[in-house]
Design a binder for this molecule. Structure first.
Ligand code: MRU
Length: 356
């Protein structure tokens, strides 16, 4: 998708260096950062310079390529794989991508391993672009249907950033929106600010602006009243881990939006590539929920009038804060899942029909 009119991917490999867009600087500065070692990759994932489930999976895959360049030795590769998996716990794509790479590389001799690793990391990226494009084409039908009934702008609420910046291109939740916009369907997006890191405000609104799509940032608690006022036609969110049962783990606050949507008879969709499905964990309570540094809550960062990034404290010094990064929305509150293979009910039976 575009930034200042120029097409970008969120990640690419050039001259043995992984190139990323540093998302901690957006929307104030557009900075391309070089990652040269597997340690750089781990730090970038931990610091959320790259974030979003599909993108951290792809970045980890390139991390293994850098690990081989650095030290072409099996035990170093295994250690890198473990460290990458542990860099963020909730999004299943990270483990999915690392496991896929390690499986592909097992038994490969040391002369060929770099070439095969790079091909596989590139394939993970190419597949993700195709998956996200197809999610968009499938989700477009839902937006079209609402537009054909309403004959007016379709208002869509989204949470966090499940946009192209969270993937390689297109995004998951945003892909149907981009496809609708390209088809000339008028859409307007309510972008939840998404405290504490404000991915909705800093990233979703930013990328929609760059594509010329109307959007309004709202505080996280505003969705409910907008739904009661009839100003939300549908919700679409992404997911970091979808259980076979159809329960969806996504950015904290997603669950409350789903409850409000349910109470107001507003359809609530989750868009996901199959790489986000966890077929192993059976119960939502067993999903590892990332707890991040409480300073993400108690301090806020922005750019001052001189163009310098500044952090300021916003809480009483003595107050404690708790920063859980994800929550789980039970399948019963999800109208349907929008996947690369089609739209299905959030249930094991339907997901299995599509993917197993
Ligand atoms: O903590 P983040 O910014 O990585 O969380 C991202 C989200 O919750 C996204 O909505 C999710 O990864 C889906 S991405 C297409």
């Amino acid at each position: 998708m575009k930034i200042e009119g120029k097409e970008y991917s969120t990640i690419w490999f050039e001259n043995n260096i992984v190139k990323i867009i540093d998302q901690t600087k957006l929307p104030h500065q557009f900075v391309i950062k070089d990652l040269k070692t597997v340690k750089d990759v781990i730090n970038a994932i931990k610091a959320m310079e790259v974030r979003g489930a599909p993108l951290i999976g792809a970045t980890a895959a390139y991390g293994l390529v850098l690990s081989i360049i650095e030290n072409n030795d099996q035990s170093f590769l295994n250690k890198s794989a473990n460290n990458l998996i542990n860099s963020r716990p909730t999004a299943i794509n990270l483990k999915w991508a690392v496991d896929r790479m390690i499986k592909k590389l097992s038994g490969v001799n040391s002369e060929k391993i770099l070439h095969i690793a790079l091909n596989e990391a590139n394939s993970i990226c190419e597949e993700d672009v195709n998956f996200c494009k197809n999610i968009g084409l499938n989700g477009l039908k839902i937006i079209e249907e609402i537009y054909n009934k309403k004959k007016d702008t379709v208002n869509i609420l989204t949470h966090c950033n499940a946009g192209w910046l969270a993937t390689i291109n297109w995004g998951t939740a945003t892909s149907p929106i981009y496809h609708a916009h390209k088809k000339g369907i008028p859409v307007h997006i309510w972008a939840d600010e998404t405290r504490p890191r404000n991915q909705g405000a800093n990233l979703t609104s930013y990328e929609l602006n760059e594509e010329g799509i109307k959007n309004t940032i709202i505080a996280d608690n505003t969705g409910g009243i907008l739904m009661q006022r009839g100003e939300v036609d549908m919700c679409i969110v992404g997911t970091d881990r979808t259980l076979a049962s159809g329960d969806v783990c996504n950015k904290v606050g997603t669950y409350l939006k789903a409850l409000a949507a349910h109470d107001n008879n507003i359809p609530f969709y989750v868009a996901l590539p199959s790489s986000t499905i966890d077929w192993n964990i059976k119960k939502a309570k067993d999903i590892p929920i990332e707890e991040r540094n409480s300073e993400e809550l108690s301090q806020i960062e922005g750019m001052d009038e001189n163009g310098n990034f500044k952090k300021v404290k916003i809480y009483p010094k003595k107050s404690k804060s708790l920063n859980l990064a994800f929550d789980v929305t039970p399948a019963k509150y999800i109208t349907a899942l929008i996947t690369e293979k089609g739209i299905c009910n959030a249930s094991e039976e339907e997901l299995s029909k599509l993917f197993k």
